[in-house]
Ligand binder design. Sequence first.
Ligand SMILES: [Zn+2]
Length: 438
Amino acid sequence: MQTTMFYDIMPDGTVKQLNPFTGTEVWAVPGRKSKPITNEIPVTAKRVEPHNPEDYCSFCPPRYVETPPEKSRLIKLHDRWERIDTLAPDKYFETTAEFRRVGNMFEIVTLDYWRKNYAFKMTAARQKWREDYLANPSGLKHITEIIHYKLRQEGKSDEQIEKIPLAEKFGIADAFFGGGHELVIAKRHYREGAEFDTEMFSSGEMTVEEHFHYFKLTIDALMDIAFSNRYVRYISVFQNWLRPAGASFDHLHKQIVALDEWGASIENQIKMLREDPNVFNQFGANFAAHHNLIFAENDYAIALAGIGHRYPTIEIYSRAQTGRPYEHTDEEIRGVSDLVHATHAAMGSQISCNEEWYYTPIDAVYKMPWHVMIKWRVNVPAGFEGGTSIFINPMTPIELRDKLVPRLYKLRDERRVAWLRIAEECRVDPNPLKYYLK
Ligand SMILES: [Zn+2]
């Protein structure tokens, strides 16, 4: 393994990196504006007026009708979690959703895209749900209002909206029922007892159990989308946390987008897998182990500081033999969820980040392990990057690891994260990822 090609620590401390999977060239200069992680309230924070229940945005519980119809919700009955699918619109407020799954009002890949390019038809079950929904007076009201809201957001005047024929208007609603761009929304807006607007409810604020169910509902959605549209080849899953990471809502949510291609990056990684089925161990887990970049693990997953990313990036890999999240057992999902949760908890709620999922595409015959990347959006690539294609990352992988480790020990002591092995406790046996096994 020519490791210096990918990861070269120079005598002055500069770390030159080349991402083995994407070819991205990155330099990190240590000690550059590197502050420890803090959850202290910044001086610029504004006080929030406590509202009970929270009603700060369209994703807050009293405002269920400001999102498209609900495909699923998770409720908690004492210690038991229950999933309710396609709840009738007049029953929205009979229970409180811990998590909700709804269509995205503004799709990236639209229902029309699938219809016009593939002659896609909604499944009979979705079609029936749509009919039942519109036959319900609360449902008809909800849909009418939400279509008007969408049209107004798109810049149409009330007068123009008035002139659109009813059939056309309800055609817009089809996407709410049969589209492939969805959201999974958490219940809380701010964290419990928040006094300032910086105290948002992040993934790390959840309990271990809540985070597992958040993952599980997302995976249920993934599977449902895959089985409802046979033209789908990959489904992108991501979470943009806070505005600098591209979030249009501060309220915590994940997005799920069905695609008819894998995208260049995954395409390339599948090619690498064809040549070396063990490539994710070789250049992922084993490589990180050799350079002491693995900072946490449990029996089902490992977490490491990634190399060759334009933003400080944590990578969490499933050790499972299967390559898609929905093929994982609950225990295996929990293992990945626990490390993702612990990472979010350790970084705190004030660092803007993208959480991105990668896994074996639906129609791939070469297995890639399910892994989750958490990218800290703490720097803005500028002119230097544009001109040279060399990205400056404000933190070395070692610095990133060392910021997280003390926080993880503390969180484990306080039992705020699931049990995990930290830093030197990690066993890091060779080839810890088992996806390559048949
Ligand atoms: Zn909210």
